[in-house]
Design a binder for this molecule. Structure first.
Ligand code: AHG
Ligand code: MN
Ligand code: MN
Length: 320
């Protein structure tokens, strides 16, 4: 039997690629590796948790078991990151403001702890998205400036997908590697080394329910896709849609609409980390005109239109 490489082994083996001190990346990624396993365990019993814990929870004055999975995941990732000491503050989709640890840690993290949360109760793939930045400020506490760096400043980005199997995919700017959780041993094993995305594809992923809200150029591009007999695939979990398209070739688009000119997705928690991964795999990510990674954020929860996937398809969409 071929030797299986675990995520822990792989991180150690490749830590020289990390610009900063050896061992730091390993510690940073460990939080996501461990918390990801714990979220996975909860995701796998989501149906049970709703029926059993929900009923119990209604009699529980503490109300602890009534936590929704996205709050559970958020608390868990934050706790792991706080304990580990390298991260000074976290910006999460689930918190209005930055969560400060005031520990002088050299890094800050942004995350979408549970992506696709409308799919939790219906047994459809969901995920976690994260990104790691080196602080620009010094001193014990992080500042907003640390989070207002463009995506090009990410030192690492990754996602977990809780699907038909559970995977962790990450990059430090030296290619993309994917690890599948072997539930029998509780370990992530290297299953997708050096992931690359096809330069072109035949899948388009967009919520066409918003058709009447789309600008003419967006509609024209979607018409192009139909004329070329492409397959429409839309899960409604960004991580899962992007992961599938990354492997098979395709485009995911969440354009601006009349009501929401910047679309729905968040630059810091969703677009930037996925853009780094997709670019590292040979793909492309823009907001329709500008490369996602070159946008300088001006607000924590800033939204951005997103066109992401196979290079030829994103280029085509931008020509419209
Ligand atoms: P989240 O669950 O973190 O709020 O993200 C949901 C996002 C994303 O995962 C998905 O692609 C998109 O919302 C779906 O939005 P629509 O239902 O508007 O298509
Ligand atoms: Mn999300
Ligand atoms: Mn979310």
């Amino acid at each position: 039997m071929a030797k299986v490489k675990t995520l822990a082994e792989f991180i150690v083996e490749r830590q020289h690629e990390f610009t900063y001190a050896t061992g730091e990346l390993s510690q940073l990624l460990t939080s996501f590796r461990l918390a990801g396993k714990m979220v996975n365990r909860e995701v796998n019993k989501a149906g049970l948790a709703e029926d059993i814990l929900g009923a119990q929870g209604s009699e529980n004055v503490q109300g602890e078991q009534q936590q929704k999975l996205d709050v559970y995941a958020n608390d868990l990732f934050i706790r792991m990151l706080r304990n580990q000491g390298m991260v000074c503050a976290v910006a999460s989709e689930e918190n209005d403001d930055v969560v400060h640890f005031d520990n002088g840690g050299k890094y800050v993290v942004t995350m979408d702890p549970l992506d696709g949360s409308s799919n939790i109760d219906v047994n459809v793939s969901i995920g976690t998205i994260f990104s790691i930045y080196r602080r620009v400020s010094t001193g014990p506490s992080a500042t907003l400036e640390d989070f207002m760096q463009p995506g090009t400043a990410q030192v690492a980005a990754g996602y977990l997908i809780y699907g038909s199997s559970t995977m962790l995919v990450y990059t430090t700017g030296h290619g993309v590697n994917g690890f599948t959780l072997d539930p029998s041993i509780g370990t992530f094993c290297l299953s997708h080394p050096n992931m690359t995305t096809p330069p072109d594809g035949s899948i388009y992923s967009v919520n066409e329910g918003n058709w009447h809200e789309f600008a003419p150029d967006v509609r024209a591009y979607i018409e192009d896709c139909k004329k070329r007999k492409m397959s429409a695939r839309y899960i409604g979990s960004l991580v899962a849609d992007v992961h599938r398209n990354l492997l098979k070739g395709g485009i995911y688009l969440y354009p601006g609409t009349q009501k929401a000119p910047k679309g729905k997705l968040r630059l810091l928690y969703e677009a930037n980390p996925l853009a780094m991964i997709v670019e590292q795999a040979g793909g492309m990510a823009t907001d329709g005109t500008t490369r996602i990674l070159e946008i300088t954020p001006s607000a924590l929860h800033q939204r951005t239109p997103l066109y992401i996937g196979s290079r030829a398809m994103v280029e085509q969409a931008m020509k419209r």
